[in-house]
Design a binder for this molecule. Sequence first.
Ligand code: ATP
Length: 254
Amino acid sequence: MDSALEPQRIVNAHGQAAGTRIDLDDVCRYFTVGGATVKALDQVNLHVDESAFVVVLGASGSGKTTLLNMIGALDNPTSGTVRLAGVELTSASRAERTRIRRHTVSFIFQSFNLFPGLTARENVQFGADVAGRDEPGRVAAEVLAQVGLGERADHFAHQLSGGEQQRVAIARALATGNPILLADEPTGELDFRTGVQILELLRDQARAGRTVIVVTHNREISRAADRVIELSSGHIVGDGPPEGGRAELADLHW
Ligand SMILES: Nc1ncnc2c1ncn2[C@@H]1O[C@H](COP(=O)(O)OP(=O)(O)OP(=O)(O)O)[C@@H](O)[C@H]1O
């Protein structure tokens, strides 16, 4: 029996191990509204092939969410290619895109996005169900315990604090078994202490072998990353370890 806590092995349509590579080559994403064109992403090249805690840093409007949507196969580039786990999404069929999305990436949002009518356990089990995992109930119980909420499994979202709700959302993402976690401003609605705890939980997932990509406008958070990808006006203007070396989460302040 596999452990619910391990990222599941990715296989391609032929049942071969496909890895967790993310490859964006010359990606542009333009939006045209009322005759004006916004270059949300412009000639972006990005390659991630390691399990790491990656922060995408940039000001509002720099293209962070657009980039995350590309990696998560939720949007298509205007030009360029996106490959996820070796599959070229830009030319893949709709069914293939859905399959690769379902078994590769999981999203975590700023506002948690829990189903209000479901308990913590049911929200988490949903993740395991969608991914088609065996024994979704066992998986849900295991990941809820992992995020420290084993005792709150029967609580609804409104009965949980913001930090607890974000833990449930992370547990739901982990329950899929998918090896890539995409988190859009996951601490944006949390106080500093709770935010650091959530970052710690996400960083631990990278240490356990997942690729964790956190989008933020908060430069302080990027100090704790293994790799910082800085966006400005749709361009990658920096890509490497944090300036001055990686800081401990305990040393962050904002
Ligand atoms: N569907 C859309 N239609 C038109 N313009 C869009 C659309 N989505 C994004 N944009 C524009 O693309 C640019 C990048 O947006 P994006 O949401 O990726 O930035 P962001 O860095 O995530 O910003 P924020 O931190 O404020 O969420 C912005 O100028 C935005 O207005």
